[in-house]
Design a protein around this ligand. Structure first.
Ligand SMILES: Nc1ncnc2c1ncn2[C@@H]1O[C@H](COP(=O)(O)OP(=O)(O)O)[C@@H](O)[C@H]1O
Ligand SMILES: [Mg+2]
Length: 386
C-alpha cells in the first residue's frame, strides 16, 4: 500500500481534486488502523523525533509510565516523565544517540509496585537516524514467576544436597564412634590409655574430623547463594587467562591444549571469577579422565543469541548410565572425589542465564558445551525502509 502512495505522490500535480481526496481518505484510514493497532498493544510505545520531542505515544504507555499533566505532544520527552530514574535514563541514552540501551525499573503507581522493562533504540531510515523508539513492558508477573521457579529449583537441589550431606557424614561419624568405643574399652581394661594406642586412635579421630569439615565446607560452597557481580567481559580473554594459569599443570599431565576462538565476539555479562571457576572444574575433570595424557580442545563460537564454549577432552568418556547423574551433588566415581565439582559448574552457568550440554563416547572423550546468552544491547538497530 505504501508503494502505491509513493507512486501517487510523485504525480500528485496530475491528479484530479477527487483523486487527491480519495488518496487522502485512504491515507487517513491506513493511519487510523495503525493507531488502533498501536493503541491495542499491551506494551507501551513512544516515539521521539531527532530533537527528542515526543511525536507519538500509545495509550498503554500512559498506564505504565507516570507523565506530568499538561500537553505532551512536542515536549522534550524526559521533561514530561514524572519519575526521576526513568527520566534520567532516557535523557542519558537519547543524548548519546545511536546506542541501543535497556534497563529495568521499579515504580510505584497508586501504592502498587511494578517492574518495567524499558528499551530504547534509534529509528534508522535509509541510513540516517530519524528519532528514537521507546518500548516499555510490564514484567512484574514474569519476574515473580521466575523468582518462584528459581526458589523451587533451589529448594529441590537443597533437599538433595542435604540428603547427600547426611549420607556423606555417616561414614566419618561411624568411624569416630567406633574409635571412641575402642578407646573406652582399652581404658576399662588397662585403667589407662597407652600412649601408643591413644596416639593411633587420636590420629584417626583427627582425620575423620577433617573429613567432616571438608564435607561441610564443600556443602556450604555449593548451597551458599551466589553473589555474582556481572561485568561486560570478553569470554575469549577469560578463557586464555585461565589457560595461562593451568598451562603448567596440564603440561605436567601430558595434556596438550588446542584452541579455536572466534574473533570479535560480543561482550558477555559475566562474573569472571565464577566463570573461571566453572571452566576450571571442567578442565580438572578432563585431566583426571586422561591419566595417560591427551588433548584438550577449546572452542568459542557465536550462533545467533548465544555464544557456545566447547571444552573437549580425549579421556575415558562417561557411560550412558552415569551421564544422567554427573551433575547430581555427591555423585563421583573417584576414590577421593567430592562429587560437587559439576554441581557447582551447573549452578554457576544457570546463574548466568545459560545452560550446559554434555556429549560423551566411552574410551574416546567428552565434550561439555556451555551456552551463554548474548546481552540484548548491541544486537539490533530498528531499521525502517520507507
Ligand atoms: N571429562 C570427564 N570425563 C570422564 N568423566 C567425567 C568427566 N567429567 C566428569 N566426569 C564424571 O563425573 C563425576 C562427577 O564429577 P564432579 O562433579 O566434578 O565430581 P568429582 O570430580 O569430585 O568426582 C566424576 O567422578 C566422573 O565420573
Ligand atoms: Mg570434579
Amino acid at each position: 500500500m505504501r508503494k502505491f502512495f509513493k507512486k501517487a505522490l510523485k504525480k500528485i500535480d496530475k491528479l484530479s481534486g477527487e483523486q487527491v481526496q480519495d488518496l487522502l481518505e485512504e491515507l487517513t484510514s491506513e493511519n487510523e488502523l495503525l493507531e488502533i493497532v498501536l493503541n491495542s498493544m499491551t506494551d507501551g510505545i513512544l516515539v521521539t523525533d531527532t530533537n527528542n520531542k515526543l511525536v507519538f505515544h500509545n495509550r498503554r504507555s500512559h498506564r505504565l509510565i507516570p507523565f506530568s499533566s499538561g500537553d505532551l505532544d512536542d515536549s522534550i520527552i524526559w521533561e514530561v516523565i514524572d519519575d526521576d530514574d526513568i527520566s534520567k535514563f532516557i535523557q542519558k541514552t537519547l543524548l548519546n544517540a545511536e546506542k541501543v540501551s535497556e534497563e529495568e525499573f521499579t515504580i510505584k503507581i497508586a501504592g502498587i509496585s511494578k517492574t518495567l522493562w524499558l528499551d530504547i533504540m534509534p529509528v534508522v531510515r535509509e541510513g540516517s537516524i530519524q528519532g528514537s523508539l521507546l518500548h516499555v513492558s510490564d514484567i512484574t508477573e514474569r519476574k515473580k514467576r521466575d523468582g518462584r521457579l528459581r526458589r523451587a529449583e533451589n529448594l529441590a537441589s537443597l533437599t538433595t544436597l542435604a540428603a547427600g550431606v547426611a549420607h556423606e557424614i555417616k561414614n566419618p561419624l561411624g568411624s569416630i564412634s567406633i574409635h571412641i568405643q575402642l578407646m573406652q574399652k582399652s581404658l576399662k581394661r588397662d585403667k589407662q590409655l597407652k600412649e601408643e594406642t591413644s596416639g593411633k586412635y587420636l590420629e584417626i579421630l583427627n582425620e575423620e574430623v577433617e573429613r567432616l569439615n571438608n564435607i561441610i565446607v564443600d556443602f556450604l560452597f555449593a548451597v551458599r547463594p551466589m553473589n555474582p557481580t556481572m561485568k561486560k567481559s570478553d569470554i575469549n580473554k577469560v578463557l586464555t587467562d585461565l589457560l595461562e594459569f593451568v598451562k603448567y599443570e596440564l603440561e605436567e599431565a601430558s595434556v596438550t591444549i588446542e584452541c579455536e576462538l572466534q574473533e570479535d565476539l560480543p561482550k558477555l555479562e559475566i562474573d569472571e571469577k565464577y566463570m573461571k571457576q566453572a571452566i576450571l572444574n571442567i578442565i580438572k575433570n578432563s585431566v583426571a579422565a586422561m591419566p595417560e595424557g591427551g588433548v584438550m580442545y577449546f572452542k568459542t563460537v557465536r550462533d545467533g543469541d548465544f555464544i557456545h564454549i566447547y571444552v573437549c577432552d580425549t579421556g575415558t568418556g562417561i557411560s550412558e548410565e552415569n551421564m544422567a547423574k554427573i551433575f547430581e551433588p555427591y555423585f563421583t566415581t573417584k576414590q577421593f572425589g567430592s562429587g560437587l565439582g559439576l554441581t557447582v559448574v551447573y549452578k554457576i552457568i544457570k546463574e548466568h542465564g545459560g545452560d550446559i550440554v554434555l556429549e560423551s563416547v566411552e574410551n574416546q572423550g567428552t565434550t561439555f558445551t556451555i551456552n551463554l546468552p548474548v546481552p540484548q544491547s548491541g544486537k539490533r538497530l530498528l531499521d525502517w525502509k520507507g
